[in-house]
Design a protein around this ligand. Structure first.
Ligand SMILES: Nc1ncnc2c1ncn2[C@@H]1O[C@H](COP(=O)(O)OP(=O)(O)OP(=O)(O)O)[C@@H](O)[C@H]1O
Ligand SMILES: [Mg+2]
Length: 464
């Protein structure tokens, strides 16, 4: 282990010597200074770990010296030597970053305990510094990766990347990311976080469609121990976890109406209160929300609060579907082939032209995620290093069932589905939660179908 260097600053030689002898015996390398100017000379030359500092000094007070040391050499831990009963100076020196203290006259045990405590403190702060440094390095790597990870050369995707870096610079602006499922909304949200000054803090993602109504406050704001049955420990809420970082509210369109009201209040007031606490906690969180639904239409149907919509959508980034930026398809195809080849240790030498052609013609309802899944499956099927259309079953023409007309079947199916939904709404007295249970589908899926079939619950209710 490295020998620790201790500097004793005290004008009374007798005390200096006593401490110095004791610490040298204990294996420390000890330096002494009778006044601040000498001490600063030593600090410049030696990399001191611990300073033992008397409060009453010539030239400058111990507190002034403490302030300078903490400002110039933040790695050094300082132990104060104070006069008996001088509690206010002790408190003040702690406030300025001293780690420990003992009072004059002192015994050797006092020095021993104090130096042990300080050594532990030193170890912990150095460990923390190292972790922070590692974290900063990882996050720098991540940033570089993200820059290279959003694949695409279309104007649409270049615009998205441009908007990402602009909004990342604007620290407090809320962002709304819209786009069909699988277009890369989460990827873009993470990208904004890692491009922003919040990159060394948490990016915390919350799926709004799964937030239980009765646990909203406890999850978002946290709770105090014993505030309700089952609250065994004090819990940090998501807003606190994401403090000085980013809170990603995914599938925001699925957040229940009464919960939307609660969320709006926090965003307006920028403070939260833990369940069971009467203290406000101010929060500093960048909120990025995402949805694959048409929020404006939800607002018109009164399924989404208009005021919340405006609060979230200060800055909107829309990611167009992949079928509208077809020039990105070959790039993404190559990228995912490379990606999965490495994972599966396969050597793909060629990709048949027909694969690219068919992919470009294909509607790709699941966007980039669908393409990624298709490539993964194709690589599992491919064994000779040549990717051909046979490896992409969903691109091959569908077999029509004999004796039926497929368009008609589709049409009927949709009619039946629409009727079932309307029926369920009537049965559940227009309560969407009950209707989705009757239909055994998720809220998201119900909302999507209401939009698809243009069913307005309020209008239906009026017709009753
Ligand atoms: N431009 C892109 N370049 C590389 N990978 C991408 C790109 N866009 C999306 N992906 C990848 O596609 C997958 C789906 O992306 P993501 O989860 O961000 O989509 P999403 O819009 O959030 O989808 P959903 O609405 O279903 O949640 C991820 O694996 C992501 O890394
Ligand atoms: Mg997503």
């Amino acid at each position: 282990m490295k020998i620790l260097k201790v500097l004793i600053i005290d004008d009374e030689a007798i005390y200096r010597l006593e401490i110095s002898e004791f610490l040298t015996k204990k294996g420390f390398e000890v330096f002494e200074a009778a006044m601040p100017s000498l001490a600063f000379d030593i600090l410049k030359k030696e990399s001191i770990d611990i300073v033992i500092l008397d409060i009453n000094l010539p030239e400058q007070s111990g507190l002034e010296v403490l302030k300078i040391i903490k400002k110039t050499y933040s790695d050094i831990e300082v132990i104060m030597i104070t006069g008996f009963g001088d509690m206010s100076t002790v408190i003040e020196s702690m406030r300025f970053g001293a780690c420990d203290f003992f009072t004059k006259p002192f015994s050797l045990i006092d020095i021993q305990t104090s130096i042990q405590r300080t050594q532990r403190c030193l170890q912990l702060t150095r460990k923390l510094k190292k972790t922070e440094l590692n974290f900063a390095l990882v996050s720098r790597e991540l940033q570089q990766k993200i820059g290279n990870e959003i694949i695409g050369k279309s104007k649409a995707i270049r615009d998205v990347i441009d908007l990402m870096s602009k909004v990342a610079e604007s620290d407090k602006t809320n962002v709304l990311i819209t786009g069909e499922s699988g277009t890369g909304k989460e990827l873009v949200a993470r990208g904004i976080h890692y491009l922003s000054s919040r990159k060394n803090r948490y990016f915390f993602d919350v799926n709004c469609s799964t937030v239980p109504e009765n646990l909203f406050e406890s999850e978002f704001f946290g709770h105090k121990k014993g505030s309700f049955t089952g609250a065994f420990e004090t819990k940090l809420g998501w807003f606190e976890i994401a403090d000085k970082g980013t809170l990603f509210l995914d599938e925001i369109g699925d957040l229940q109406l009464n919960l939307q009201t609660k969320l709006l209040r926090v965003l307006e007031q920028k403070k939260i209160r833990k369940v069971g606490s009467n203290k406000d906690i101010f929060i500093n969180v960048k909120v990025i929300a995402a949805t694959n639904q048409n929020l404006k239409k939800l607002v018109i149907n009164r399924d989404f609060r208009e005021d919340l919509y405006y609060r979230l959508s200060t800055f909107v980034i829309n990611i167009p579907p992949l079928r509208e930026r077809k020039e990105d398809i070959p790039l993404l195809l190559n990228y995912f082939v490379d990606h999965f080849s490495k994972i599966m240790k396969k050597n793909i030498k060629t990709i048949e032209k027909e694969v690219v052609e068919k992919l470009t013609e294909y509607y790709l309802p699941g966007n980039v995620r669908e393409l990624k899944n298709m490539v993964e499956k194709a690589l599992i099927l491919c064994s000779d290093g040549k990717l051909v259309i046979r490896h992409f079953p969903s691109l091959e023409p569908m077999q029509k069932p004999l004796g039926t007309h497929s368009t008609e079947t589709n049409y009927n199916l949709e009619e039946v589905e629409k009727k079932l939904i309307i029926e369920a709404l009537f049965k559940s007295n227009f309560n969407k939660s009950k209707a989705m249970k009757l239909l055994k589908i998720t809220r998201q899926s119900l909302n999507r179908r209401l939009l698809k079939y243009d069913i307005n619950v309020r209008e239906l209710k009026k017709q009753e």
